[in-house]
Design a protein around this ligand. Structure first.
Ligand SMILES: [Zn+2]
Length: 287
């Protein structure tokens, strides 16, 4: 399979709305769709003028878009697909403003599409395993910059990064021990080795059954053999660059969606755009 995904290839694969609808039908129902009404037939034909297919035996209609982000949207399907294409093409992500320009829609429409597509950019929910680095970071909603310590009004995000693997980032209420313990228990396999700094909220990890290795940042210690948190630090740099470069402003209520997108991009950082595109699309069928 070709790794690149040019706009020409995109247009060949999805020449029109009908091709996009067919793709969603395939993703949601597969090849072996059997009519839910007559239960015998598996031949369906497209109903003209509607986003539906009909059973060729009893006439029962199926609606591939039902319950999806495309349902009841006045934006045509091909434009949705093109928006997904654009969001899958870039490593760093694009803003709703860029979508507005590229798609020629209103900012309101672009923003809505942007948020819907971003919801499809979420990683699998399997526990992180092996060597996992954890760290908390503070983002100030006014300056939009990462702060080094907890300042007034700061938003706390908690990152868990598998070495050479996936990332999970959570917007959390605080960096308190109970909050972070809950996230670690939910996110990391209990046979994993966890690397962190000496923040007090991680002190109980050995008791909780994890192998826990620390690095003492306050003593200017950053790397000691494999004791480091450089991967999660790199993720924070990416997120910070994104906030200042692409997004400019992140409302705290969208912070989780924002960091989810970054975790998704990080987890799939070695993937080609075509794979990303299909992964996002496949998540439509998952919901
Ligand atoms: Zn039927």
């Amino acid at each position: 399979m070709d790794k690149k995904f040019s706009i020409k290839q995109f247009n060949e694969r999805f020449p029109d709305n009908a091709a996009c609808l067919e793709e969603i039908k395939q993703l949601r129902f597969g090849d072996n769709l059997v009519c839910p009404k007559c239960t015998k037939n598996n031949k369906f034909y497209r109903v003209a003028g509607r986003s539906a297919y009909a059973c060729s035996f009893c006439g029962y209609h199926i609606y591939p878009l039902k319950g999806s982000i495309f349902d009841h949207s006045s934006t045509e399907l091909k434009l949705w697909f093109y928006a997904i294409y654009l969001m899958a093409q870039t490593r760093a992500g694009i803003s709703a403003k860029q979508l507005e320009r590229e798609l020629g829609v209103t900012y309101k429409t672009a923003w809505r599409m942007f948020n819907h597509i971003r919801q499809l950019m979420s990683s699998d929910t399997n526990l992180l395993t092996g060597s996992v680095e954890v760290d908390e970071a503070y983002f100030h909603p006014d300056t939009q910059k990462r702060t080094t310590a907890k300042a007034h009004n700061s938003q706390v995000v908690f990152g868990m990064v598998e070495r050479k693997g996936r990332a999970v980032v959570k917007h959390v209420k605080s960096s308190g021990v109970r909050v972070l313990s809950k996230e670690i228990a939910r996110g990391i396999d209990n046979k994993a080795t966890i690397y962190s700094d000496t923040h007090r909220s991680y002190k109980h990890l050995k008791k909780a059954g994890y192998i826990h290795l620390t690095i003492n940042h306050s003593q200017q210690e950053y790397v000691a053999g494999d004791r480091h948190t450089q991967n999660v630090e790199n993720l924070w740099s990416n997120i910070k660059r994104g906030i200042t470069g692409v997004y400019r402003h992140v409302d705290p209520k969208y912070l989780q969606a924002y960091v989810d997108e970054y975790a998704f991009r990080y987890s799939n950082r070695h993937r080609q755009p075509k794979y990303m595109f299909d992964l996002i699309l496949a998540n439509i069928a998952r919901d």
